[in-house]
Design a protein around this ligand. Structure first.
Ligand SMILES: *[C@@H]1O[C@H](CO)[C@@H](O)[C@H](O)[C@H]1NC(C)=O
Ligand SMILES: *[C@@H]1O[C@H](CO)[C@@H](O)[C@H](O)[C@H]1NC(C)=O
Ligand SMILES: *[C@@H]1O[C@H](CO)[C@@H](O)[C@H](O)[C@H]1NC(C)=O
Ligand SMILES: *[C@@H]1O[C@H](CO)[C@@H](O)[C@H](O)[C@H]1NC(C)=O
Ligand SMILES: *[C@@H]1O[C@H](CO)[C@@H](O)[C@H](O)[C@H]1NC(C)=O
Ligand SMILES: [Zn+2]
Length: 357
């Protein structure tokens, strides 16, 4: 009896412990295009979404259309002011952004930022949020802005409307459950955005954040000839450029060596007289749907007693069109979704090793 009771206590402690940070509910497999959800697709009037062609698998990241009819930023630098944010509008402002986390490589960066009081913007991958919600909680609590990247990091101009919606909304749902916040800003992987992607983002209530200063730091992941000192070399030149606006720079916290550049880079920016600001702050807009401000505490004052954990919103009803080995007509589309998901994850893997932004 005694043994049973203590075993039970032990088991429940174990469950409490292991569940402490995990998201609840059922979530899509990581790093694969997540399944569309009817309720989310219904949020967008697809008849109003510009009918830009989907880029073929073989052309992804490589080929631009002959005529830039649909304003593809990564092909032509084309932007649409109503939806796109390329830079901080005010001279002297600098939006430092880090993409593709949160992971264990983010924590050292958060330590550094706690010390300096600098507040940056993280565009997070839903799959990483699912794996590391506690790191996202730490970033949000410290007052950094959290924005949506995608769930599986595809080239969005190659994805169907329904898939683009799913990439954003599954990531939004993971962030909402982890930190209780609904971001109003998205960043398309690789800056791959055209009018179709914009049309969807706008109807979902998001602004699209790109950048005007790219460190290319992601190259250091598999290109041995990439010198990390180029990152600060670039910043040193950028801060000296004559400019009538502020800037938004792109870095990655996914890699230890690129996140680890912040202690060199951020002082270059501040010493040159720039103010480092989250994107929503430099725009003078709200970062989230919820009526909350970013925590602007700028010192390492002792932390106040922890507030209650954010309400654990249930994961959205997982679509029935998901993995099932059965081959009834109802699940045929599920099988198709899965196959194309696998194909896409393979393609993204290949493309990712060539160009992971
Ligand atoms: C948009 O640009 C990206 C990156 O260059 C490219 O891979 C994609 O094919 C382009 N999409 C369209 C619709 O032109
Ligand atoms: C886009 O802008 C970047 C940076 O200003 C520049 O290096 C590049 O040549 C431009 N590309 C096109 C197609 O205009
Ligand atoms: C605000 O951020 C600081 C620095 O990271 C942290 O110590 C503090 O606990 C945060 N305050 C709240 C109310 O979350
Ligand atoms: C800036 O970065 C590029 C690679 O993105 C590199 O070729 C160039 O040398 C760097 N500039 C400096 C001054 O380090
Ligand atoms: C952290 O960075 C290292 C070095 O770039 C990388 O090999 C590792 O995969 C990263 N960790 C995660 C969880 O992505
Ligand atoms: Zn990315």
């Amino acid at each position: 009896m005694k043994v049973t009771i203590s075993l039970c206590v032990f088991a429940s402690l174990l469950v409490t412990f292991t569940d402490a940070a995990a998201l609840t509910g059922k979530w899509p497999p990581v790093d694969q295009p997540p399944p569309p959800v009817k309720e989310w697709t219904a949020l967008v009037d697809l008849t109003k979404v510009p009918n830009a062609p989907l880029v073929k698998v073989a052309d992804v990241g490589v080929k631009c259309l002959d005529k830039d009819t649909f304003c593809n930023w990564s092909c032509s630098n084309c932007t649409k002011p109503d939806s796109d944010v390329i830079l901080c509008p005010t001279k002297g402002d600098w939006g430092i952004t880090f993409d593709d986390g949160p992971t264990e490589n983010t924590t050292g960066l958060l330590d550094f930022l706690d010390n300096t009081g600098d507040k940056v913007t993280f565009f997070v991958v839903g799959s990483r949020v699912y794996e590391n919600p506690e790191i996202l909680q730490r970033a949000a609590k410290a007052g950094h802005q959290i924005g949506i990247h995608t769930w599986s990091h595809p080239y969005l101009t190659s994805q169907s409307n329904e898939q683009i919606i799913a990439e954003f909304k599954w990531t939004e749902a993971a962030i909402k459950q982890a930190v209780g916040l609904t971001p109003k800003y998205v960043r398309p992987p690789y800056g791959d955005v055209d009018d179709r992607v914009r049309g969807i983002a706008t109807q979902l209530g998001y602004k699209v954040v790109i950048w005007d200063k790219d460190t290319n730091d992601w190259m250091s992941a598999d290109d041995k000839s990439f010198q990390l000192t180029w990152i600060e070399g670039n910043f040193t030149e950028w801060v000296k450029e004559p400019a009538t606006t502020g800037h938004i720079s792109l870095e990655h916290d996914l890699y230890k060596q690129t996140a680890g550049r912040a202690p060199i880079v951020l002082p270059i920016v501040t010493k040159a007289g720039f103010s480092i600001k989250p994107i929503s702050v430099c725009l003078g807009e709200k970062p989230y749907v919820e009526d909350v401000s970013l925590n602007t505490t700028t010192t390492t004052a002792p932390a106040p007693a922890p507030t209650a954990a954010p309400t654990a919103d249930a994961a959205p009803a997982y679509p029935s069109a998901i993995p099932s080995a059965s081959s009834t007509p109802a699940t045929t589309s599920a099988a198709n979704t899965l196959n194309s998901a696998n194909l896409w994850s393979f393609v993204s893997f290949i493309v990712g090793s060539v160009m992971f932004i």
